[in-house]
Design a protein around this ligand. Structure first.
Ligand code: NAD
Ligand code: MN
Length: 357
């Protein structure tokens, strides 16, 4: 039968709780749909950093290259500065594998309390497309006169035409594929003098090649407000690396909890492996307590199955998540207002996989 080679990086904190839980669900779906997931674990984390001074070995990227996908928990832990864990592992993987799309669904699930009044599942359902390899996240710049009163820093943002056009095109293609021909652009061309007018120019140029698609654009500040005031109006929202980062946590925030939200780092051309991870971090406050919500990791796993071409299994996992959460009898983790454990919620989702098939 078909086999997919998956690199597993549980990472730190609850990454080590939710990844094995999600693997149980994915394996159940794989067995029901007649394929196999062959896992190859990589024990790279802040502990590796303490032991070796590096988040991953020198040839880490080469070790990962030979896989169909990467499934990651979370990296970062107290004791290691966040910029080390980020630039030592996540950012090199995103960049070396040209995962230039960060794709995050924003969807209100059944049984998840929504902080907005009078919203029901189905009311909030859109996608955030974040540029994932350039823009504001750059190491270009520097610091001078450190420690003196003339001290200054300069931080350069890079927007290439190639990089801007391809993320915009991905957003338009996604809108077309979803049959929801509407793309919203996040901008700030009234304040950011060079990069954002350029972004708007490219948005208009790419939009012109998708005449059936309705477009709008908002400055990032009012767009953030609209996410809260009228999330129903969005279908696909595209933004630069920094704006997309902020919107793609705000989105899950308005749907209740970041613990259930997934994220895909895609190389759409499939020249390199793509990486799938929950949106949440390592949650040191609850790590190892057995009460982490596994849904974000499981949903990320469903996106991975979709990317691997296992459409039936991906849909099965999504339906299993939704029916488990919709059932009042399902044990809920504390972030969902319950007193249940991770394993109990996970077992309910595994069981639903069997019922859905
Ligand atoms: P966090 O997402 O780890 O936790 C924020 C809050 O949400 C905590 O109270 C936590 O208990 C809760 N929470 C998160 N996930 C949950 C889950 N699955 N179930 C139940 N509750 C959950 O964010 P943070 O505290 O800002 O960051 C902690 C560490 O994680 C930092 O080192 C940070 O750099 C790292 N981090 C990593 C990633 C990543 O690997 N992509 C993303 C965000 C943060
Ligand atoms: Mn983020």
């Amino acid at each position: 039968s078909r086999t997919h080679k998956i690199a597993i990086i549980p990472g730190d904190g609850i990454g080590r709780d939710v990844i094995p839980a999600a693997q149980q669900v994915l394996d159940r779906a794989a067995a029901l749909c007649g394929f196999t997931l062959a896992y190859h674990p990589f024990d790279w984390s802040c502990e590796t950093y303490h032991a070796t001074g590096r988040m991953m070995p020198d040839d880490g990227i080469t070790q990962l290259a030979d896989h169909d996908a990467i499934f990651l928990g979370a990296v970062g832990y107290p004791g290691v500065p966040d910029h080390i864990s980020l630039w030592g592992l996540l950012i090199p993987i995103r960049r070396e594998f040209d995962q230039y799309v960060n794709l995050r669904p924003v969807r209100l699930l059944p049984g998840v309390p929504c902080p907005l009044a009078n919203k029901k599942p189905g009311d909030i359902d859109f996608w955030v497309v974040r540029e994932n390899v350039e823009g504001e996240y750059s190491q270009i710049g520097g610091r001078m006169f450190a420690g003196t009163n003339r001290e200054f820093v300069e931080q350069t943002a890079i927007f290439t035409r190639f990089g801007t056009d391809r993320i915009l095109r991905f957003a338009f293609d996604l809108a077309t594929k979803l049959g929801r021909n509407h793309v919203t652009s996040a901008t700030k061309s009234n304040g950011i003098f060079h990069s954002m007018p350029f972004w708007d120019e490219r948005f208009a140029a790419i939009a012109a090649t998708y005449p059936e698609t309705r477009i709008d654009q908002y400055h990032i500040d009012i767009l953030a407000a609209r996410f809260v005031m009228s999330p129903e109006r969005f279908d696909v929202v595209v933004g630069s690396n920094l704006f997309g980062d902020i919107l793609s946590d705000l989105g899950p925030g308005v749907t209740g909890t970041i613990a259930v939200a997934p994220s895909a780092n895609l190389n759409p051309e499939r020249k390199f492996p793509s990486m799938f991870e929950p949106v949440h971090g390592s949650a040191p406050d609850i790590a190892g307590k057995g009460i982490a919500n596994p849904v974000g990791a499981i949903w990320a796993g469903a996106m991975m199955l979709e990317h691997l071409g296992e459409t039936e299994a991906a849909a099965l996992v999504m339906h299993a998540i939704e029916s488990a959460l919709a059932d009042p009898a399902t044990p809920r983790t504390p972030d969902l207002g319950g007193v249940g454990t991770m394993s109990a919620l996970n077992a309910a989702i595994v069981e639903q996989c069997g019922k859905q098939k």
